[in-house]
Design a protein around this ligand. Structure first.
Ligand code: HEM
Ligand SMILES: CC(C)=CCC/C(C)=C/CC/C(C)=C/COP(=O)(O)OP(=O)(O)O
Length: 299
């Protein structure tokens, strides 16, 4: 692109990195891991290559598009928060129109990949997840209720189901169990961060739980959801979907998560909330790796 054409409204140079950042690449990568695990667990046999590859590309592109739309819709909120003021839109590096065009192109290519090379069920469910995150959560719930992330969390929890349907073309209760795990994990994941960033959200007038109900109530909620998560994580073993490797791995991971949530509630220092948030990401990543290992190495 010509340099003159690559300069947005406020005169700052635009690079591909700004577009890359709008896709929330690390979040999408973890979403794709959960989708891959959904794919692998859906069959005892070898995975067919076409829905495997095109499924991951399609789910990745639609998730990235959802993230880019979130950047457009939230640009004024993001401009007011220390964590996000530096993003490409609040900085004026990318205009809302260009960001939307980018998101629309990603969404279109992603949808076409799923519709043509995977199946319609997966295409429609993935599009519904995009709308759930970009429209229902970002445009409405985020500004409306402290339960925003509990309800909106369903979109981010969907990828294992999307992976499962990509391979089988059918819904299955086991896939919903994987969704339930991420759904229950989301509140402790996000509220730990929201405790650390409470002032940011209060300043931007976003009604996150620590702003509306206080930090102590939020810590209690993180603690209780973490206990609920420990129970939900037993289900794959109890219904016979996963075996001993999973049970041992999940129990170890949940014990550490419980320790963080307990410390956050009863013995917190300045660093505990952020440490809990960071561990939540490692927890989910390792939990899904353990599901995968358990699936292929049964004893
Ligand atoms: C409604 C649901 C969710 C909310 C509100 C939420 C919120 C957040 C926020 C605000 C951050 C940014 C932290 C920062 O900038 O330092 C973050 C980071 C992250 N989230 Fe979530 N999250 C949700 C669901 C998920 C899901 C479903 C996944 C993956 C399965 C996920 C994976 C991650 C990862 C990997 C990061 C770190 C990103 C980085 O370091 O760049 N999140 N989350
Ligand atoms: C198709 C599909 C599976 C779509 C889901 C896509 C997706 C990116 C889900 C992740 C959820 C997430 C990062 C929420 C944070 O938004 P926020 O606005 O509260 O956080 P922010 O302040 O960091 O932007």
């Amino acid at each position: 692109m010509e340099k003159s054409a690559s300069v947005a409204s406020q005169g700052q140079a635009v690079s591909w990195r700004d577009y890359y950042e709008m896709t929330k690449p690390k979040v999408v990568l973890l979403l794709l891991l959960t989708a891959l695990v959904g794919m692998c667990l859906s069959t005892d046999g070898a995975l067919p290559l076409q829905p495997l590859i095109m499924g991951l590309i399609g789910i990745g592109l639609l998730s990235s598009a959802a993230a880019a739309i979130n950047h457009v819709v939230d640009r004024r909120i993001d401009a007011q928060m220390a964590r996000t003021y530096n993003r490409p839109l609040p900085k004026g590096k990318v205009s809302p129109q260009r960001a939307l065009t980018f998101a629309f192109m990603l969404a279109l290519i992603g949808y076409v990949c799923l519709e043509i090379w995977v199946n319609r069920l997966t295409a429609v469910l993935t599009l519904a997840s995009l709308l759930g995150y970009a429209v229902v959560y970002t445009m409405y719930l985020k500004r409306a209720t402290p339960q925003n992330i509990v309800i909106g969390g369903l979109a981010g929890a969907a990828p294992p189901l999307l992976g499962w349907t990509a391979i089988t073309g059918e819904l299955h209760p086991y896939a919903l169990l994987l969704v339930l795990i991420i759904y229950t994990w989301t509140p402790p994941h996000f509220w730990a961060l929201a405790i650390h960033r409470e002032k940011d959200y209060a300043k931007a007038e976003v009604p996150m739980l620590p702003v509306t109900h206080g930090i102590e109530f939020t810590k209690t909620s993180v603690f209780l959801y973490t206990i609920l998560l420990m129970v939900v994580c037993l289900l794959p073993y109890l219904v016979g979907m996963s075996g001993m490797i999973y049970l041992l791995g999940a129990t170890a991971l949940n014990a550490v998560f419980f320790y963080y949530a307990w410390k956050l509630k009863f013995h917190a220092d300045q660093t505990t909330a952020m440490a809990t948030f960071k561990f939540s990401i490692l927890h989910l990543m390792l939990l899904f790796v353990v599901l995968l290992v358990d699936h292929y190495v049964r004893f």
